[in-house]
Design a protein around this ligand. Structure first.
Ligand code: IMP
Ligand code: MG
Length: 175
């Protein structure tokens, strides 16, 4: 990679906004009368979660979990650890996990298993972007924003080596 990586817009801020609206409308219908806990998977999902919960606009709790999987490079190490866990119990609660991107699926399948052991009343997954071509672990996505090609993407909270999270559009990082 050169010192000045090229960025090509894949999903514009307007496309993302329209999709978040659509996802929120569906989630609002499905969680009518419930008081779910939204679990934001740090760090990449912080922008998506912030936009989504404002559009949900009903009573909910927010929890943050952080997992270590990727190192500084672009490939998952495959070894997952919880580096920041839930601050409140989720037993008997309706839990909605919000994730920025599912690639091999190793990270999110680990998290879903981890949360399932805590006996929530229900456990669903909302994912902004999915790269199904690289799947290694099976993942059921209940609410999906976009299917993306097998390219490295950044922006809208998603980073490369902690860079580019601030971009309002989702871009492909080109070599
Ligand atoms: P998985 O375990 O391979 O599914 O990896 C999921 C995690 O890897 C995501 O939550 C991201 O943190 C990171 N990741 C996977 N693909 C990309 C990408 O294209 N850009 C940035 N991060 C990615
Ligand atoms: Mg993530």
């Amino acid at each position: 990679m050169s010192s000045q990586p090229k960025l090509r817009i894949l999903l514009t801020r307007a496309e993302i906004e329209a999709k978040v609206d659509k996802l929120a409308a569906k989630i609002r219908r499905d969680y009518l009368g419930k008081h779910p806990v939204v679990v934001c998977v740090l760090k990449g999902s912080f922008v998506f979660t912030a936009d989504l919960v404002r559009r949900l606009n009903f009573p909910l709790g927010v929890e943050f979990v952080q997992l270590s999987s990727y190192g500084r490079g672009r490939e998952s190490s495959g070894k997952i650890k919880v580096v920041h866990g839930l601050q409140s119990p989720i037993e008997g609660r309706d839990v909605l996990v919000v994730e920025d991107i599912v690639d091999t699926g190793i990270t999110i399948s680990f998290l879903m298993d981890y949360l399932r052991k805590k006996k929530p009343a229900s456990l669903k997954l909302c994912v902004l972007t999915d790269k199904p071509s690289r799947r290694q672990a099976p993942v059921t996505i209940d609410y999906l924003g976009f299917t993306v090609p097998d390219k490295f993407i950044v922006g809208y909270g998603i980073d490369w080596d902690e860079k580019f999270r601030y971009l309002p559009d989702i871009c492909v990082l080109e070599d």
